[in-house]
Design a protein around this ligand. Structure first.
Ligand code: 13P
Length: 250
């Protein structure tokens, strides 16, 4: 049985005082869940968030990192730096980074490898645009992104990678994929991984859905056979709404 991983992605929101308040409020609300609870916060919130979440079941993640360990990369943060302060998760290849910051399948692949070298758990985003969906090539796109992201990883590393299926047209738009469509896409990703790395790895890998997930639709999505969690943007900014998603099954 795969554990559900409910992860918030705050994107470029929340000042440190807001992060501290949110996590303080969230802590008692999610303390009894059996689901994994993660908040991926801006770099400037990481340290405050880690301190505030100490002793709770809330894990802290970053939203990006560089693949090099150190060097002349002005403005970048390395996996080693994240690990050094106690970060456990890192989002890699979010569609916003692919779209606005030149993230490619190749840099995504390098970053995943570096994440594992530093004992960080990668949450790797894949997803199609509306045009690609309408052209009937959504599965081809996400299978291809998945294959390129995972190239050169060991079976064990693939089994420990979290894939977030985030159809781009559903992000921040209020449009959610139907639970059947979201499940079908997650299933296709799982089948692709099973074909490449074996049935056992396919069964173990955690595949999240992301894109306008909120308290009202979380239960239906999270109860689907191949959706093992959520990557939540807008609804993760408030403790109450995020907690409702985390507690969808309690
Ligand atoms: P929203 O939940 O705001 O649609 O964002 C989804 C997302 O991009 C999470 O990474």
């Amino acid at each position: 049985m795969r554990k559900k991983v409910i992860a918030g992605n705050w994107k470029m929101n929340m000042l440190p005082n807001e992060a501290i308040s949110m996590i303080t409020e969230l802590t008692p609300l999610v303390k009894d869940t059996g689901n994994e609870v993660v908040l991926c916060v801006p770099y400037t919130d990481l340290f405050y968030s880690l301190l505030t979440a100490q002793g709770s079941n809330i894990k802290i993640g970053a939203q990006n990192m560089h693949y090099e360990e150190k060097g002349a990369y002005t403005g970048e943060i390395s996996g080693k730096m994240l690990k050094s302060i106690g970060v456990e998760y890192v989002i890699i290849g979010h569609s916003e980074r692919r779209q606005y910051f030149n993230e490619t399948d190749e840099t995504v692949n390098k970053k995943i490898k570096t994440a594992f070298e530093n004992n960080l758990k990668p949450i790797v985003c894949v997803g199609e645009t509306l045009e690609e969906r309408e052209a009937g090539i959504a599965y081809e796109i996400i299978e291809n992104q998945t294959q390129k992201a995972l190239e050169g990883l060991t079976e064990e590393q693939v089994a420990n990678t979290i894939i977030a299926y985030e159809p781009i047209w559903a992000i921040g738009t209020g449009k959610t994929a139907t639970s059947e469509d979201a499940n079908e896409a997650c299933k296709k990703i799982r089948e692709k991984i099973a074909k490449m790395y074996g049935q056992n790895v396919g069964e173990r890998v955690i595949i999240q859905y992301g894109g306008s997930m909120k308290p009202e639709n979380a239960k239906e999505l999270l109860e689907m056979s191949d959706i093992d969690g959520g990557l939540i943007g807008g609804a993760s900014l408030k403790a109450e709404s995020f907690a409702k998603i985390v507690n969808y099954n309690s």
